[in-house]
Design a protein around this ligand. Sequence first.
Ligand code: SF4
Length: 64
Amino acid sequence: MKIAIDAGACIGAGQCVLSAPAVFDQDERDGTVVLLQPEPSLNLRNAVLEAAEKCPARVIEVDE
Ligand code: SF4
């Protein structure tokens, strides 16, 4: 599974971090998303899909 994010369009809502803290973090300065794992293992699949679904800016793309 591969993840792509459009950090430029991120509004820093932080939903992704709440859903999948092992995969996403937020920049300390402006709160925008930081991708910790571009290719997370399958056991994180549900958390990643939830993050993508809940992201209000729809900037998380998941390629399964
Ligand atoms: S949930 Fe979306 S908008 Fe919010 S920090 Fe994560 S990527 Fe950015």
